[in-house]
Design a protein. Structure first.
Length: 255
């Protein structure tokens, strides 16, 4: 199957050779649907290679559209930054901020193996499990280390807690505005009776970027974001684009 061929290629390449083929900039656009209105999300991931190693920065901004913008005029900004290692992304700092509200902040201290969580004016310090990520870095982590076959256990820090979750891994054909995509699906396994949900679709043909995420949060709101455009730039200047809007896909954005 296509995914397992992809995984085999990854396993026989060295990390440095693999990293050289990873885009240094990835721009994603999504259409968002919720139970109270629609929106758009723009996400950008930058990877910088230096003699000391590789670093990443991911920025995400969600904005309501249409009548929903009257109800929710403030944008939601999320950010994650850290290191790229042979084991994948290792975040150092992440935050989430809506409008003028105080941001929720996560600081990862890998030397002391502690994480500082700041949420709604309260700061807590917890032990840091070695595989911990924030939500944004986890969504993009499979670009560097594909998920194992069958299932995955992962700690994820969000708001004021670190949660260990098990994810089931399957394959699925996904219909999008870009056409039908082959995807690897990461589905969080919830406790019986739980209304929470998180499911991520990754596209092996596009370096395993997240092309759809569906989640149900603690407040019961369901959020479904699905890709509308992908733009990638490589260290040699080569670019590739795919968009539901032909004029966007044909733009020269490689300066």
């Amino acid at each position: 199957m296509r995914f397992f061929a992809f995984f085999l290629v990854f396993s026989v390449l060295s990390f440095s050779a693999w990293a050289a083929n990873i885009p240094v900039r990835i721009e994603m656009s999504y259409q968002v649907s919720t139970d109270i209105g629609d929106g758009e999300i723009q996400e950008v991931m930058d990877v910088k290679h230096t003699k000391k190693g590789s670093n990443y920065v991911i920025n995400s901004e969600a904005q309501a559209i249409g009548i929903f913008k009257i109800i929710e005029p403030s944008s939601l900004v999320r950010h994650s930054e850290g290191m790229v290692t042979k084991h994948g992304l290792r975040p150092l700092r992440a935050y989430e901020k809506r409008g003028k509200k105080e941001p929720s902040l996560i600081l990862f201290d890998w030397d002391s193996m502690h994480v500082t969580l700041q949420h709604k004016g309260v700061e807590t310090i917890e032990k840091l499990p070695p595989d911990t990520m924030d939500r944004l870095s986890m969504s993009y982590s499979f670009i560097f280390v594909p998920p194992p076959k069958g299932s995955l256990d992962r700690h994820v820090a969000h708001n004021d807690q670190i949660r260990l979750s098990q994810y089931k891994i399957t394959e699925e054909h996904l219909k999008t505005a870009l056409g039908e995509l082959n995807t690897i699906v990461i589905t969080r396994q919830e406790e019986k009776g739980s209304k929470l949900k998180r499911k991520i679709w990754l596209a092996p043909d596009y370096h395993m970027v997240p092309v759809r995420i569906v989640s149900v949060e603690e407040n019961g709101r369901e959020i479904d974001k699905i890709v509308t455009s992908i733009h990638m730039r490589y260290s040699n200047g080569r670019c590739s684009s795919r968009s539901s809007k032909p004029e966007t896909a044909n733009e020269d954005r490689c300066h």
